[in-house]
Unconditional design. Structure first.
Length: 299
């Protein structure tokens, strides 16, 4: 039995242990929630000025999410513990052995387990690193939630449009934010062949570019649940690391195992136990799985 399978077995025995997050809340979005400006801020050069969107920190704090001024609270400490092994895998001594090690997929087995909540918190936490920049990608193209959570308008064009129209400049589709080291690549318009686009050569080329263009960049993908669509399994094959969000006390153990079975045997997989009741440090495990066994460790 692999280390990740052993960790999943523990979930059946400790379904309410750990505290790596809170329940993913509902969020009605109105015009008043959406703020944007066309001003350009200092950042990576591109062929045209990227839009800047303003994250409403009061809004996301009310939703129970991490903000930049919460450096000492429990949620901030939890995500520090969660991000450290991910960053070690992406930029540490073993990174050369992990293809696309800085591309991190955040997913779940089923909807409603807190994957978008976790992806955003992880992105904000990583953006506080002194020597890292972060790109947060809305890759759940059927039900994008990142921009809704952050209270920013969903642009008409994004990831799907780039894959369908590769003549577009990907940097023109990225949104700068008022978090200096955090940018967003929105999902873009819905497409009837989104699965095929995500499995296309264009997507593979984009992943290579995102992984290699900037040596300090971490790219976090909020993706569909693994057992809901085929898109998630397609995306997983392009990632260096996968964070699987599991809802404490609700997600059945066999369901988690079914989700893990869809991942490649050489995948670096972390399990984040979410919506639980106990304290820090018991709700997340990051393990090498298969060929890359031994990288990372439980936190």
């Amino acid at each position: 039995m692999s280390s990740i399978e052993k960790f999943v077995d523990k979930l059946g025995k400790k379904a309410t242990s750990g505290d790596a997050g809170k329940q993913e809340p509902s969020f009605p979005v109105s015009e008043q929630d959406m703020q944007t400006t066309a001003a350009q801020t200092p950042g990576r050069p591109s062929r045209s000025a990227s839009r800047e969107v303003i994250i409403d920190f009061e809004r996301i704090a009310a939703l129970g999410m991490l903000t930049l001024d919460q450096s000492k609270n429990q949620l901030a400490e939890e995500y520090r513990a969660i991000k450290r092994p991910l960053l070690n895998n992406a930029f540490g001594k073993t990174a050369a052995n992990i293809p696309h090690a800085n591309l991190i997929m955040v997913t779940s087995a089923l909807p409603g387990e807190g994957k978008s909540f976790s992806a955003i918190n992880l992105a904000i936490s990583m953006a506080t690193e002194m020597d890292r920049t972060v790109l947060l990608v809305e890759a759940d193209v059927a039900k994008p939630a990142v921009c809704q959570y952050l209270g920013v308008p969903e642009p008409e064009k994004g990831l799907v449009d780039y894959l369908a129209e590769p003549n577009l400049d990907i940097s023109d589709l990225m949104l700068k934010t008022n978090v200096p080291k955090l940018s967003i690549l929105p999902a873009g318009r819905r497409h009837t062949h989104s699965t095929e686009l995500l499995a296309s050569t264009n997507m593979r080329n984009l992943m290579d570019e995102l992984s290699q263009r900037y040596p300090d960049r971490v790219v976090i993908f909020d993706t569909p649940p693994l057992l809901l669509t085929s898109e998630a399994a397609v995306l997983a094959g392009l990632m260096g690391q996968v964070v699987l969000v599991v809802e404490a006390g609700k997600t059945p153990q066999p369901v988690v195992k079914d989700a893990v079975a869809l991942l490649a045997p050489n995948q670096i997989v972390g399990v984040l136990l979410n919506k639980s009741e106990r304290g820090i440090g018991t709700g997340y495990g990051l393990y090498g799985y298969g060929a890359y066994g031994g990288y990372g460790g439980g936190v």
